[in-house]
Design a protein around this ligand. Structure first.
Ligand code: MG
Length: 279
C-alpha cells in the first residue's frame, strides 16, 4: 500500500456486490469495513468476500466491530450503550469482538477497531479496571491472529486515552484517530490530542465537524471534509510529521448527498496529499 492511500469507511449489507461497485466507482484502493452480521461471517462467505476484494484491487485495512444495540442518539445514550463499557452487555459483546477478530483474520486483515465506549476516567474505579481487563482479552486474542486492536478516539480526552492505553499495557493496542469525534464529544482540540497520542496512531478517519451546531442540528452530525473546524491540511501535516504512513480513510456518516461528499472529500485529500508530501 502506498503511503496515505485514500480509502472510505464502508459496510456490507446483504452481500458485497453493490457496496463494492460503489467503492470501485470512487477509485479508492482501500476500505475500512464495518463487520457484517454473523450470518455473513461464515468461512465460505468470508472466502468469497476475500476473493471479491482481491479481484477489485481493494485492500481492507481495518475491520470495525459495532453492535446492533449501540445507540448514538444522545451522548448520555452513548455512555449507556456503546462498546465494551456497558457492564450488562460486556461479556456478550466480548465474545462477538473475538469472533470478528477471527473473521478479519480469515479475510486477511491485520487490524480490528471499535468505539470502546466511555471509559471511566478514574483508574481507581472498579469499572476502569474491568474495562482494562476486557481490553487485554481482546488484545491477546488479536495478537494470536497477528492483529492490532485500534481504539476509535473521541469519547475521552487525549490524556484519558493515553492513561488507559498505558494501563492496558499491550503492544498491539493502537489508536484509530478521528479528529471530528473530539469536536463532537467535546473531548478537546483534535490537533493537540494528536500530539499526545500520535505514537499510537495506526489508522485515521478523515472526518470533519463544526463546534457550532446549526439550529436543530443533532450533536453527532459531521461536516463535509474541509468545511468544519478540524483543519484538514494541518491535520495531514501533523500526521506527516509523526511519520504516519497508513491509509487516509474518509468517514462521512450523515449527509443528504453522501456520494457527492465522498467524491469532493477524495479530491480534497488527493490535492492536500500532493501539497503536503510534495508528490
Ligand atoms: Mg470515526
Amino acid at each position: 500500500m502506498k503511503k496515505w492511500a485514500t480509502g472510505i469507511f464502508t459496510s456490507i449489507r446483504g452481500g458485497l456486490g453493490a457496496g463494492l461497485d460503489s467503492v470501485r466507482s470512487l477509485g479508492v484502493s482501500t476500505v475500512q469495513l464495518h463487520a457484517p452480521a454473523a450470518n455473513y461471517r461464515t468461512p465460505e462467505r468470508t472466502a468469497q468476500m476475500k476473493d471479491q476484494f482481491k479481484q477489485a484491487g481493494i485492500e481492507v485495512t481495518v475491520v470495525f466491530a459495532g453492535f446492533e444495540d449501540d445507540e448514538y442518539t444522545t451522548v448520555e445514550r452513548v455512555v449507556q450503550t456503546v462498546g465494551l463499557v456497558p457492564k450488562d452487555r460486556r461479556e456478550r459483546r466480548l465474545k462477538e469482538v473475538l469472533e470478528i477478530s477471527d473473521f478479519a483474520r480469515n479475510l486477511g486483515v491485520e487490524a480490528i477497531g471499535m468505539h470502546l465506549g466511555f471509559v471511566p476516567p478514574d483508574d481507581q474505579d472498579p469499572e476502569f479496571r474491568a474495562v482494562v481487563e476486557v481490553t487485554r482479552k481482546v488484545c491477546d486474542h488479536c495478537a494470536g491472529n497477528r492483529q492490532n486492536f485500534h481504539l476509535e478516539t473521541g469519547q475521552e480526552t487525549a490524556q484519558g486515552l493515553l492513561h488507559f492505553i498505558e494501563a492496558v499495557g499491550r503492544p498491539n493496542l493502537a489508536v484509530n484517530f478521528d479528529p471530528a469525534n473530539m469536536i463532537l464529544y467535546g473531548a478537546g482540540n483534535p490537533l493537540q490530542a494528536l500530539d499526545l497520542v500520535g505514537k499510537y496512531v495506526k489508522s485515521v478517519h478523515c472526518k470533519d465537524a463544526s463546534y457550532t451546531r446549526k439550529p436543530g442540528q443533532p450533536w453527532y452530525e459531521d461536516a463535509p471534509l474541509g468545511q468544519g473546524d478540524v483543519g484538514i491540511e494541518a491535520f495531514l501535516r501533523k500526521l506527516n510529521a509523526l511519520g504516519y504512513e497508513g491509509a487516509l480513510t474518509i468517514e462521512r456518516e450523515y449527509s443528504p448527498d453522501q456520494a457527492g461528499d465522498l467524491k469532493a472529500a477524495l479530491s480534497l485529500l488527493e490535492s492536500l496529499r500532493a501539497k503536503v508530501l510534495g508528490a
